[in-house]
Design a protein around this ligand. Sequence first.
Ligand SMILES: C[S@@+](CC[C@H](N)C(=O)[O-])C[C@H]1O[C@@H](n2cnc3c(N)ncnc32)[C@H](O)[C@@H]1O
Length: 260
Amino acid sequence: MTAPALLCDCALDVYERALNRAALNRAALSRLPLNQAPLNGPPLGQAPPSQGPLGRDAPLVLRTADGRERRADPGAWCADRVPGDDGLLDRCRGATLDVGCGPGRLTAALLGRGQPALGIDVSAVAVRLARERGAVALRRDVFGPLPGHGRWETLLLADGNLGIGGDPATLLARCRDLLAPHGRLHAELDPPGSGSWSGVATLHAGGVADPYAGGVDRGAPMRWAWVAADDLAPRAARARLAVSTTWTEAGRWFATLVHA
Ligand SMILES: C[S@@+](CC[C@H](N)C(=O)[O-])C[C@H]1O[C@@H](n2cnc3c(N)ncnc32)[C@H](O)[C@@H]1O
């Protein structure tokens, strides 16, 4: 099955520079004495629009061709835990594939709980950072050849990763093929009533001037999507999956899908 998420590899440039910066900041912060470390901001869902989930200025902005904007904070992806992760991790059973693992926050947390987990990501920087924090991670496209086809007991599509490829029903169908017959897919969603979108978008470096960017602060176009909790069922049905439960934690929304 082919549904490339990225229209070209250079779509990753802005993302990878932001990840590198966030990882360096995190490493510098971990060397600060506790009384000098900045406090986390408001929980996810309560942060102002210019901020990411941990309340810090969000250095990545996703802009759609029709003018919508979403902000993301790679600092949160590089953190050990984001509010709302616990319920998601608690629901993971058996061998878990973290699709679009980024710097491996969830994969590493599962391994820390003694659970088998593999992260996959198309970004070489993300995979390197995931491995540096002790996660098992491979540089792979979710639509390409993967180990454990049809045997994964849990799949994760966290942090908006239902958007990978820009067609959630196609991504869900691919995930269904990867899942064991009794397997479960946990996906993070937008809040109900907030609307869904799919199309072409570009990633922009917001806020922080990057001396290594050479003046380029905008990635190449890529296909992306987001899905509100109340729009999931028809997309799941097209992929021959059914929504078995939904839950919300710390302002984040999630659903579990099983074979229909
Ligand atoms: C929103 S970030 C997710 C961050 C991650 N969940 C974390 O906790 O750090 C989306 C991730 O999906 C990855 N990605 C995009 N297209 C992909 C594909 N076709 N296959 C695998 N990973 C992909 C990106 O490189 C990026 O790391």
